[in-house]
Design a protein around this ligand. Structure first.
Ligand code: ATP
Length: 311
């Protein structure tokens, strides 16, 4: 599918998506806590990502968006609490072909063309000579989806940053994953490309009934999501629709709603408390099974996030 630059932005249509009450969530977290190096970067998060919708993960740089995504796809070490993805524990080997993940840094081979990059990953996903026609069709489709057909034979190393990001996205689209986890996919893109990519995200959610978890720190992109997880300092400030957030905070934009919620959180943290919050919050109960990333070796003990005030 090629998205024409003149296409109007499709507004989110929560009514056209599956009823989140009926479908089990694509991602469910309870008391999700992650330690990286000396810091507790996710602090007992509870949230659910409904299936077939676009959930935006928004918050300032360093608040933990990438860490939450890495935990979801099973590449983050030291994950405590419950984290279920498509009904299985995050990191379960059976999830590998069901999730597409695009990291912030494009993961492409510079010395291969766009098509060769896609061919390589397609051969891993769908190996064997018997599948070669299907692979060719899937690769051609994925290249068209990200609007790179005219660059299919260009070396990835000769592409612009935005084009390389789209090659990464095309790789993630191979195999039609049920869950797409996209870490800041629109960074560095011009407004036309950003709009086209958001149109593509809506098409993927609507036509494939896929779930998209998309991070951004550009608040205007929040308006294009069905639901939002607003994060700050490793905590979730809000888990709601853009409309409900604006209404609840009596603001006109998601950005204003976010700032309102930050002010509320700061005010709440500065009020004297009567009980000990460290004994009342959710306690991590389980540990993720698969953690290929071994970056962190520090013990989380003695670093209880519930004892730290919001900054
Ligand atoms: N490899 C690492 N080792 C130790 N700490 C890390 C590592 N990577 C990130 N962190 C810390 O984890 C915290 C959350 O980082 P994360 O990358 O998840 O944030 P983010 O919200 O995605 O930021 P950005 O929008 O800038 O990408 C930050 O305080 C960061 O310093």
């Amino acid at each position: 599918m090629i998205i024409e630059p003149g296409d109007p932005v499709r507004s989110p249509d929560p009514g056209g998506s599956p009823d989140p009450v009926q479908s089990p969530p694509a991602v469910r977290a309870e008391g999700l806590t992650v330690v990286r190096g000396p810091r507790t970067v996710l602090r007992g998060l509870d949230f659910a990502v409904p299936r077939g919708q676009i959930t935006g993960l928004l918050g300032p740089s360093g608040c933990g968006k990438s860490t939450l995504m890495r935990s979801t796809v099973g590449t983050q070490a030291k994950v405590a609490g419950t984290l279920e993805v498509l009904g299985r524990p995050a990191g379960d080997a059976a999830l590998r072909s069901r999730i597409g993940y695009v990291t912030q840094a494009p993961s492409v081979f510079d010395d291969l063309t766009v098509r060769q990059n896609l061919d390589y990953f397609a051969a891993i996903l769908d190996p064997g000579r018997a599948a070669s026609e299907r692979r060719h069709a899937n690769v051609t489709q994925a290249i068209a989806d990200v609007d790179l057909t005219s660059h299919a034979d260009a070396l990835a190393g000769n592409l612009s940053g935005g084009q390389r990001s789209r090659v990464s996205l095309a790789v993630a689209l191979l195999g039609t994953p049920e869950l797409l986890v996209l870490d800041e996919p629109t960074v560095g893109l011009d407004p036309v490309l950003r709009r086209d990519l958001w149109n593509l995200f809506h098409t993927i959610a609507a036509e494939r009934n896929a779930t998209l978890l998309v991070s951004s720190h550009v608040m205007d992109e929040a308006e294009r999501c069905h639901r939002l997880l607003l994060m700050r300092e490793g905590e979730i400030l809000a888990d709601d629709t853009p409309d409900a957030l604006r209404e609840r905070t009596d603001t006109d934009t998601v950005e204003a709603a976010f700032l309102h919620l930050v002010d509320e959180a700061v005010a709440a943290a500065s009020r004297p408390t009567t009980g000990n919050p460290s004994t009342t919050g959710p306690q991590p109960t389980t540990r993720d099974a698969a953690h290929p990333d071994s970056e962190n070796t520090d013990s989380p003990s003695g670093d209880d996030p519930r004892k730290e005030p919001l900054r």
